[in-house]
Design a protein around this ligand. Structure first.
Ligand SMILES: [Fe+2]
Length: 251
């Protein structure tokens, strides 16, 4: 299995090229509009096509590279069911499976940061059969923090935070050894106390992420809405562009 992280320091966004090199089926998760050429160059360098593009949720802090990647490669766009976008896509319900050769991608519905949000648990049939090896958590579980609950649903951050609490319980059902790859790291306004280390594990976050220590959803919600940063600049325009999905939308 191939895994190539892309860290975009301008917005503290992480995205990933991954997939099966045995069967020549690559994918990108949470692509950034500024990095499309780089995803394509990396795929070209290993000689395999990008056949799928995954979004964990409609992004609020940066314009997605999904429309341009889909237009230039013919890849299938996958979004969480209920994402509310205006372009053709394949909607993934909870537990839906996408097979990229030996790389299997299982959707885990993890709403709360956004009302439609999926994490994607990835297994490599050449390693450990169908046991997940890593999970793309998007903006649900971050490294040292969790996603903010106020960006995508106005007026009910406590309610969204309670929903996120339930989603995080689901992620904690994964084994401790599963690698956690979120879509943001230190410097992002999508959380408050993110580490600048972009990679962790379920076990390390279970042990050391304070926000995972709240067993009670109400206490979690009250802690989560404290000290929320300002929304990302241009949020409404960015969300509108990402819902419309036009390739080459201005960043
Ligand atoms: Fe987000």
């Amino acid at each position: 299995m191939l895994l190539h992280p892309f860290l975009n320091d301008a917005t503290s966004c992480a995205s990933y090229l991954f997939g099966c090199t045995s069967h020549g089926a690559l994918a990108v998760v949470d692509p950034h509009a500024d990095l499309v050429d780089r995803y394509l160059a990396s795929a070209d360098a290993v000689g395999h096509p990008i056949v799928a593009v995954f979004e964990t949720h409609v992004q609020a802090d940066h314009v997605s590279g999904l429309p341009e990647l889909v237009e230039r490669t013919g890849a299938i766009p996958y979004l969480p069911a209920g994402a509310g976008v205006e372009f053709a896509h394949h909607a993934l319900d909870d537990s839906a499976l996408v097979e990229l050769g030996n790389t299997h991608v299982r959707a885990i519905a993890t709403p709360g940061h956004a009302p439609a949000h999926n994490a994607y648990a990835v297994s490599d049939l050449r390693r450990g059969s169908d046991e997940p090896w890593l999970v793309f958590t998007g903006d649900s579980l971050l490294i040292g923090d969790v996603g903010r609950p106020d960006l995508h649903v106005s007026g009910d951050p406590l309610g969204q935070a309670r929903i996120l609490h339930e989603s995080l319980r689901r992620l904690l059902e994964l084994p401790d050894g599963v690698v956690v790859l979120p879509s943001h790291y230190g410097g992002s306004v999508c959380g408050r106390g993110l580490s600048s280390n972009p990679i962790s594990s379920i076990g390390f976050e279970r042990a050391h992420n304070e926000m995972l220590g709240y067993v009670d959803a109400d206490s979690f919600a009250e802690a989560l809405v404290k000290d929320t940063p300002e929304p990302p600049p241009g949020q409404a325009r960015i969300v509108a562009a990402n819902r419309r999905g036009a390739a080459g939308a201005p960043a």
